[in-house]
Write a protein that binds this ligand. Structure first.
Ligand code: ZN
Length: 142
């Protein structure tokens, strides 16, 4: 009789530019650094937006701290997403920018400012039908 055992459920990153470590404290954002002009990007890259070369690119570990470049408060979201929430672009210390949510504070304009310092953390956000868990990164005021 054929082996009907299914694969063990896995812990998976929600996006490819998040690398999971042995524990959530060891998770980090991965990026690519253009060896031609030193521009830094989140995730892998085929071409450099700064110098237009095809690299080569070096895979690097990005910082888990940064500053809010721009932000907005989302009041209407898709079903199953709790609103309001803060959507932001964070410029990471040392280079690279990521889209993210700012959590841990009430989503009000009074709590936000441009250039405010933030730090990343990761947590399990969902599970699929096979029992695999998905980990996402978020930022909170530093
Ligand atoms: Zn470049």
């Amino acid at each position: 009789m054929a082996d009907t055992a299914t694969a063990e459920p896995q812990l998976r990153p929600l996006v490819p530019h998040l690398t999971l470590g042995a524990t959530r404290d060891e998770d980090y954002l991965n990026g690519a650094k253009c060896k031609n002009c030193n521009a830094v990007y989140a995730g892998p890259r085929m071409y450099c937006g700064k110098c237009s070369s095809a690299g080569p690119f070096e895979s690097i570990k990005l910082s888990n701290t940064g500053k809010v470049h721009v932000w907005t408060i989302i009041h209407q979201a898709t079903p199953y997403v709790k609103a309001p929430y803060i959507a932001a672009v964070v410029d990471l210390d040392g280079g690279g920018s990521v889209n993210t949510n700012i959590v841990g504070i009430e989503p009000t304009p009074e709590n936000m400012s441009f250039d405010m310092k933030v730090k990343m953390f990761t947590e399990k956000v969902s599970e699929d039908r096979e029992g695999n868990s998905y980990v996402a990164y978020k930022f909170t005021p530093a």
